[in-house]
Design a protein around this ligand. Sequence first.
Ligand code: ZN
Length: 497
Amino acid sequence: MIIYNTLTRQKEPFEPLHPPYVGMYVCGPTVYGDPHLGHARSAISFDILFRYLLHKGYKVRYVRNITDVGHLENDSDDGEDKLLKKARLEQLEPMEVAKYYTDRYHDMMDALNVRRPSIEPNASGHIMEQIEMAQQALDAGYAYVVNGSVYFDVAKYNARYHYGILSGRVLDELLSATRENLEGQDEKRNPVDFALWKRAQPEHIMRWRSPWGEGFPGWHLECSAMGRKYLGEQFDIHGGGMDLQFPHHESEIAQSQVANGQPPCRYWMHNNMITVNGQKMGKSLGNSIMLEEFFTGHHPLLAQAYTPMSVRFFILQAHYRSTLDFSNEALQASEKGLRRLLDAVQTLSTLPPTPALQASEAIRANEVAASGIVEKVFGALDDDLNTPVAIAHLFDAVRLINAAHDKKEPLSVDAVTTLKKLFDEAITQILGLRDDRQASSGHAALLDGLIRMILNVREAAKARRDFATGDRIRDELTALGVAVKDTKEGSTWMYER
Ligand code: ZN
């Protein structure tokens, strides 16, 4: 398996430090607001990595944090804590806000069929670990204390190591570009220095005791401290959105380097951003669409509601390192494509097997084609998780299945078995796609039972030559999007294409 490493700016073979174990850390949500499409993209991108590593037989410990303290406005160290602001506005305990939005995040990710990580640590539950790491940075001489706050000395670090190794930023340019108009900046030796620990102002609710007085940790510190606690001083993969490369991940590298004497991980992976009509998506731009709005269709930019699986499929149809532009047309196309794919899964399960005696040139050719598709699908996934190419090859399988269904080119038992295994592994397990046109699998069984019951009533009507009733039942089912197919063995049903 080859993955693109942001750190080396090239594709590299994936070689875990301690096979078959893989440790991966992904920056999770800041729980002060509802999840939007950007959250879905990051969660789904790393969900595919998680699922694919498991498919390849690795034992993966996937850590994704919940930021419930310390993430400050404008990524500066001096703005007002977003979570506190929300708590004040809504007259709630900060923990109440964090719990509410953590639950919301889980609900939305469950709907998108994103597997939950192995460990989901909260920043507020790991204050001791963060204090310990800040102390280590101080002991190593790369941090300093001013008025109860601890700052990381970026210039000193850069003199020995390389601040900018991940993001490609150059310290001198950062220094000349930094505006010094932020309150509290004067405490720092240098405007690019970042807080490991901040002294709490009297009105600050979330505060903890530390060797430097009462305060709270800086945002970058939590990921370094929790990654180390659960994955060790050096682990395999660290992931997150591209917007986190700088300053968040750059600062994580610096903190871990001085505290542990080594960089935190071998591979850095970043998913690209979502744009809306070519423009960056963002709350401040007014074009940010919440996931719930996608599912209900209640947003001025949305032409309709989209099922969570349509949104998931839409995201997977772009490579995680490419930008993904939202438009209704693109989502509608994804919705249609997903329907075709899932219909083929259903069709495949109903295909009558062709006995070996009937094996012909065409059947043998299809067998070769089916095995070729399997190789191409997994070849694409092995190539830096290229989901759009993998999906394109899955549609080659859809064409084979539909041709067999239309009795043009029959598939042998072997080809059917090969494609069933491919669909189960690639579509269900790795891409995590499921038919969510029904509310749940329990409902799916009920729905199937009900439709079969109606079809039995129709059979009975036809048996007593009441063809008017038979036709009416079929037409009404068709109007509901259920296609009825009469065969010698009886009637079957499927969703209308
Ligand atoms: Zn992080």
